[in-house]
Design a protein around this ligand. Structure first.
Ligand SMILES: Nc1ncnc2c1ncn2[C@@H]1O[C@H](COP(=O)(O)OP(=O)(O)O)[C@@H](O)[C@H]1O
Ligand SMILES: [Mg+2]
Length: 256
């Protein structure tokens, strides 16, 4: 049997997993969370990762983002092979090259929106690319509210601040695990629109785990995971198309 490769050649790659496996536990309690996954995340592309609960979405994201170790295979961010890095170098790579957006917004309550956005760079002692940060701020759609504290902002506004914070250091790639999972559909749409614009207008690379077909439809492509393997890929997805595909997987699961 040949395994389908979801690697794309000849385009600049922001991150790549090759033959990536992650096994939890040993013996009878062993769980294969990822089973030889090969996937590329190209620069300037917005990818959604979908699949049933327990299919390995978070594990894939955490392994590619250098937040979790893996059992075999390789991961690279840009030209850097993660397995060659010592702990300190990995921490530095995560800080400099990777942006994160979480379901909980994780903003500091005592800082203003603007201070939250530049905080990671301030901590790292890095000088902000002013022009870039200004473009990010232009896009966030929070004019007049940047001096507000998180508690004075809606959920959607807070998550847009968190997205701007991830974008501010101009990372190689941004990862989000259900970044709109805590938001109503209107607030979710504001955040997703901002993410999509960051890809289209700034050339940012974004990888987002989601279970929502509407959220996935903002992406350039969707990869579907089942039992730790990539089982399908959809380009230029629509919400209806993604929903149909999910239903087809469910039906297959019931009959097999
Ligand atoms: N720390 C862990 N210890 C043992 N098993 C784990 C751990 N984390 C995840 N798993 C297992 O790995 C599989 C994939 O989990 P996960 O990546 O969280 O799936 P998803 O994000 O798609 O819901 C599941 O079977 C889960 O139970
Ligand atoms: Mg998960």
């Amino acid at each position: 049997m040949t395994t389908t490769s979801y690697a794309h050649r000849a385009t600049a790659v922001a991150a790549r997993a090759q033959d990536l496996s992650k096994v939890y536990g040993q013996g009878e309690t062993q769980v294969v969370a990822l089973n030889r996954v090969t996937v590329d995340f190209r620069q300037g592309e917005f990818t959604a990762i979908m699949g049933p609960s327990g299919s390995g979405k978070s594990t894939l994201m955490h392994c590619v983002a250098g937040l979790d170790s893996f059992t075999s295979g390789s991961v690279r961010i840009g030209d850097t092979e993660l397995s060659t890095l010592k702990d300190k170098q990995l921490t530095q790579l995560r800080r400099d090259k990777i942006g994160f957006i979480f379901q909980a917004f994780n903003l500091l309550p005592t800082l203003t929106a603007m201070e939250n956005i530049t905080l990671p760079m301030d901590i790292a002692g890095r000088k902000a690319d002013k022009e870039w940060v200004e473009r990010v701020i232009d896009m966030i759609g929070l004019s007049g509210r940047l001096s507000h504290r998180p508690a004075q902002l809606s959920g959607g506004q807070q998550q847009r601040v968190a997205v701007a914070r991830a974008l501010a250091s101009r990372p190689e790639i941004i990862f989000g695990d259900e970044p709109t999972g805590n938001l109503d559909s209107r607030s979710g749409a504001e955040v997703l629109g901002f993410l999509r614009n960051s890809v289209r207008e700034l050339g940012q690379t974004v990888v987002m785990v989601t279970h929502d077909p509407v959220a996935a439809s903002y992406a350039d492509r969707v990869i579907f995971l089942a039992d730790g393997s990539i089982v399908d890929e959809m380009l230029s997805p629509t919400a209806d198309g993604v929903l149909d595909r999910m239903k087809a997987f469910d039906a297959k699961g019931r009959t097999s």
